[in-house]
Design a protein around this ligand. Structure first.
Ligand SMILES: *Cc1c(COP(=O)(O)O)cnc(C)c1O
Length: 229
């Protein structure tokens, strides 16, 4: 656990440094500890170290962890979600970072509304255009956002993207910048349910650059909790 505490301290300092560079308030940067590579004990250590946002990317791993630890944190579903798995997310996960299809949005809306709950969603955008990546095309975003904003049981929290894998994180700065500019475009629609305050971007390799470009949720796995799988 000490090792998670010192990793977290180190990450926190890097975030503060990036905020200093960009003239941002570090309190506006939330960290989701991505525990998909580690077991429940290690996830518990992350919670013990004061990390309260937990990110999982698969229902079959995330739900068993939630059963033992769920009450201790706020749970984020960050992976691709199939429609037939939505019911496992209800009552457990507060955030979904990967909303990219209307069929999924409708199912989330139906099930969360029936449970009297709201799921906070990030619309996933494939900014880099890599074929291997999920997400909306940037040009599809405004219409999709407007449609989703009309659904009960869903709150559009912001936008999410995954940058390509590169050695030098400077190379992905334009991807983060583009997500920020898409956020500005959505705000201009002045739709009352599309305030899109947040940007979920930045992973272990590139989070400092993401912070400099306006990230408000970082999704950090290996740099915080390591990887066992
Ligand atoms: C695995 C994963 C992360 C964390 O990856 P690291 O590089 O280990 O920080 C973040 N976001 C998503 C969507 C992931 O699947």
């Amino acid at each position: 656990m000490d090792d998670i505490r010192s990793r977290w301290e180190n990450v926190r300092q890097n975030i503060e440094q990036a905020c200093l560079t960009a003239g941002r308030d570090p309190r506006k940067v939330n960290v989701v500890a991505v525990t998909k590579y580690v077991d429940s004990d290690r996830t518990q250590e992350a919670l013990d170290a004061g990390l309260t946002h937990i990110g999982e990317s698969r229902v079959q791993d995330g739900v068993p962890k939630w059963e033992t630890l769920g009450r201790r944190g706020t749970w984020h579903f960050i992976g691709h979600l199939q429609r037939n798995k939505v019911k496992a997310v209800v009552g457990r996960f507060s955030y979904l970072h990967s909303l990219d299809r209307f069929s999924l949005a409708k199912e989330l809306s139906r099930r969360f509304q029936a449970a009297g709950e709201t799921i906070r969603c990030f619309l996933q955008v494939n900014v880099s255009g890599e074929e291997s990546k999920f997400g909306l095309k940037p040009e599809e975003l405004p219409e999709f956002a407007r449609e989703v904003a009309g659904l009960p049981g869903i709150r559009v929290e912001g936008l999410m993207t995954m940058a390509p894998y590169v050695e030098d994180p400077e190379e992905v700065r334009p991807v983060f910048r583009e997500l920020k500019s898409l956020q500005k475009e959505l705000k201009k629609l002045e739709h009352p349910r599309l305030t899109v305050p947040h940007l979920s971007m930045g992973m272990s390799r590139d989070y400092q650059v993401a912070v400099e470009e306006g990230a408000t949720y970082l999704r950090l796995g290996s740099v915080l909790v390591g990887r066992e799988k």
